[in-house]
Design a protein around this ligand. Structure first.
Ligand code: ADP
Length: 597
């Protein structure tokens, strides 16, 4: 999933959660409102029951008290001080027993003739209460009730009045005033507020002292006139109750017997706090859920990415292995082809080299043929003359001379056989593998083949070669061919030179090599020859004497034997050729094989 898509998904989720918060808010509010109204309904029930019970408890008192003889006697004989005093005492006793606020007795004009508080400074006795509705109602033979501020006591109270009958004639009115202040104190210090309003909407009881006698609604003219007449409140024009309705939740119940309304006001703040707490918890839970969801998604994404990476890596590896295998196959194929090609080339090279060596050999033989034929012709001519002489000696029966001639013939044939033997060793085809070859016989063979020419040129050949055989790693024929070439070149150079002509052959062993130094006192290598002598067909000689193959073949042959050839000019003049060969330990002396041509 791309980053953009993921963010979109999260914003979408957060949007859904936010959208869910509104119905949740309504639900939570409904729940708390419901539980609040249930709780307050119970409180209201209890309070109303308590208030109603209190009122009822006192409403039964006046009819009963009106039947008491002291009460009736005082009303019938208001001038008698003892009758009034008896009534005063009685009413005081009753007030104390019933815990009413004041119990008092009015005559038919509304004046108090006896009262439970007759001894108090603010005694009701002597005051007229004809303006109070409980009096007028009682005179009309109904139970008169009234809640208001006492004009003498200046204290609120609930008044209940009933007519006192003597022989079914109304002789006065007995009133019980009940103090309801304690009902307010019942409410305590709860954050909820209590108000009780009368049927004019004026607060008569309130847990908040400031709210008492405030009008919860505007009073109409009739009501205002009534208030002016009966004076239930501290003022005839009650001030409005400044209540910010939106800050309160109101729960109401009507008190049927008085027409009062009992209200419990709960600060909305309380509900808001509960709702806010619940919403905070819900939001935190949702965020936690979102977080967990996010983490899970992230883990899933990582897991999927890891799988994808692993799959990619595997695929790449497989591709690389495939490619590598293909490369290797191609390489293998190419190598096989190259090996085949090289093998073919090597074979061709070997063939060419072999043929070249052979050609060089034949060329050398061609050059040497004159010397060889001279070498062979000389003994042959001698044999002929010895044989002719021997024939004559035999005819003359000169046996000892004939025998001497035959011995000379034998010696000459031995010499010829030796020449032919050297020639065979020189001309035969060598096996390619190197052998253990004795250096001195090879030098002697090469010199023998060139002896005649050397003799003709009057070359002084000196040797500095040890007697002990020097064994080297070489091929019998190849070594002879190389030595023959080098010595022939020296004789060629000496032929160009006036007497004295010298040829030196020196062997040395140093640095793990056996070195044969061939030094002549000819004109030496020309500058070109020093640089190009190894190159095939480089020659400074006439075509009759040289093809320019000699040193090229020598160099190639010696290198194939693991040795090396070096050319230089001597300080005192003449050529100086060094032939380096690998020595063989004389303890593993192997006899060279004699192969046929
Ligand atoms: P070729 O003998 O047929 O000329 P080589 O390969 O044997 O061919 O010799 C190449 C050349 O090296 C010769 O032509 C000659 O110029 C030079 N060279 C070889 N040996 C000697 C030597 N001993 N003294 C002077 N020059 C030599």
């Amino acid at each position: 999933m791309s980053l953009l898509l993921r963010w979109r998904f999260f914003v979408f989720l957060a949007g859904i959660m936010l959208a869910l918060l509104w119905p949740l808010h309504a639900l939570v509010q409904g729940y708390y409102l419901d539980s609040l109204s249930r709780k307050n309904a119970q409180t209201l029930d209890l309070f109303v029951a308590n208030l109603s019970g209190t009122l009822k408890q006192y409403e039964v008192l006046p009819p009963i008290l009106g039947r008491l003889p002291e009460v009736q006697n005082a009303l019938l004989n208001p001038q008698q001080a003892d009758a009034r005093e008896a009534a005063n005492h009685l009413l005081n006793r009753i007030q104390q027993q019933t815990r009413a606020d004041v119990v008092y007795l009015l005559d038919t004009s509304g004046s108090a003739i006896a009262a439970s508080n007759w001894q108090h400074a603010r005694s009701f006795v002597g005051h007229n209460f004809a303006f109070r509705p409980y009096f007028t109602e009682a005179l009309a033979q109904r139970t008169g009730t009234f809640f208001g501020l006492g004009n003498i006591s200046d204290k609120r109270g609930y008044y209940v009045g009933n007519a006192v009958y003597v022989d079914e004639v109304v002789v006065g009115v007995l009133v019980v005033k009940v103090d309801l202040d304690f009902t307010e104190s019942l409410w305590g210090a709860a954050p909820e507020r209590l108000i009780v309003t009368d049927n004019r909407g004026v607060v008569i009881l309130a847990s908040e002292a400031d709210w008492r006698f405030r009008a919860s609604r505007p009073l109409n003219a009739t009501e205002l006139a009534q208030v002016a007449q009966i004076r239930p409140y501290a003022s005839t024009e009650p001030q409005a109750l400044a209540l910010q309705e939106n800050q309160w939740l109101r729960f109401e119940q009507t008190l049927a017997q008085t027409g009062w309304t009992v209200s419990v006001l709960v600060p909305r703040q309380a509900l808001a706090v509960q709702v806010r707490t619940a919403m905070a918890v819900a939001t935190a839970s949702m965020l936690a859920l979102l977080l967990v969801l996010g983490l899970l998604m992230q883990r899933r994404r990582h897991y999927l990415e890891r799988i994808a990476l692993a799959a990619d890596a595997r695929r790449e590896l497989e591709q690389r292995v495939e490619q590598r295998t293909l490369d290797l196959q191609n390489l293998n194929q190419r190598l096989r082809e190259e090996v085949l090609e090289r093998e073919n080339t090597r074979q061709a090279l070997l063939r060419t080299q072999d043929e070249l060596v052979q050609a060089g050999k034949l060329s050398a033989l061609g050059v040497m043929s004159a010397s060889i034929s001279h070498e062979l012709n000389q003994p042959l001519a001698a044999i002929r003359s010895y044989a002719d002489n021997a024939k004559i000696f035999l005819q003359q029966q000169r046996w000892p001379e004939a025998g001497n001639n035959l011995e000379l013939i034998t010696a000459l044939t031995d010499r010829m056989a030796s020449i032919i033997k050297h020639l065979r060793a020189f001309a035969r085809r060598d096996p390619q593998a190197s052998e253990h070859v004795a250096l001195q016989p090879a030098i002697e063979d090469a010199l023998a083949l060139l002896a005649n020419r050397g003799h003709e040129l009057g070359v002084d050949i000196s040797r500095d070669i040890p007697d002990a055989t020097l064994w080297v790693e070489a091929g019998e024929t190849r070594l002879r061919q190389v030595l023959g070439n080098l010595l022939a070149n020296a004789l060629d150079a000496l032929a160009e030179q006036a007497q004295p002509r010298r040829l030196e052959l020196i062997t040395r062993q140093h640095d793990g090599w056996v070195c044969l130094l061939i030094r002549d006192n000819g004109q030496g290598f020309s500058e070109d020859a020093l640089l190009q002598a190894r190159e095939p067909f480089f020659t400074t000689k006439t075509s009759a004497r040289g093809l320019g193959l000699g040193l090229a073949i020598c160099d190639s042959v010696i290198r194939s034997l693991g040795g090396r050839l070096e050319f230089a000019n001597c300080a005192q003049g003449g050529a100086c050729v060094e032939l380096y060969l690998k020595p063989i330990d004389s303890s593993v002396n192997l006899q060279a094989r004699e192969d046929g041509v």
